[in-house]
Design a protein around this ligand. Sequence first.
Ligand code: 5GP
Length: 120
Amino acid sequence: MNYDNNNIFAKILRGEIPCDKIYEDDFVLSFYDISPQKKIHALVIPKGKYVDLDDFTVNASSEEMVGLLKGINKVAKKLGISVDTGKGYRALANISEHGGQEVPHLHFHLFGGEKLGKMI
Ligand code: 5GP
């Protein structure tokens, strides 16, 4: 799938649509999900144009990959849900049709702030 420059997260990255920002650096932007599924529900997205995790894994630079993983950890720390600042969390990426991905810009959901129960 080609990257759609008009997807909602691309618009958020360009500042055309507002978001409730949690964290930003050269590699990632993080903001709260508009429709939270758990007590804490954050999204972490890479700044580069990647449709999903497969696209990112094949096409992103090593620097971008490290930046995304470190970004997830920084956000978890900031939210007080990382292993060292809290009680843990769940990081989840939906990928394409069977994964139930709705927004075609790679994003990790971070769920936490409460016991999450079974995965599915
Ligand atoms: P997906 O199903 O693609 O993994 O998740 C997309 C997520 O993006 C959903 O949890 C949905 O609530 C969230 N979302 C969709 N549109 C917006 C928006 O405009 N702002 C924010 N903050 N989240 C959004």
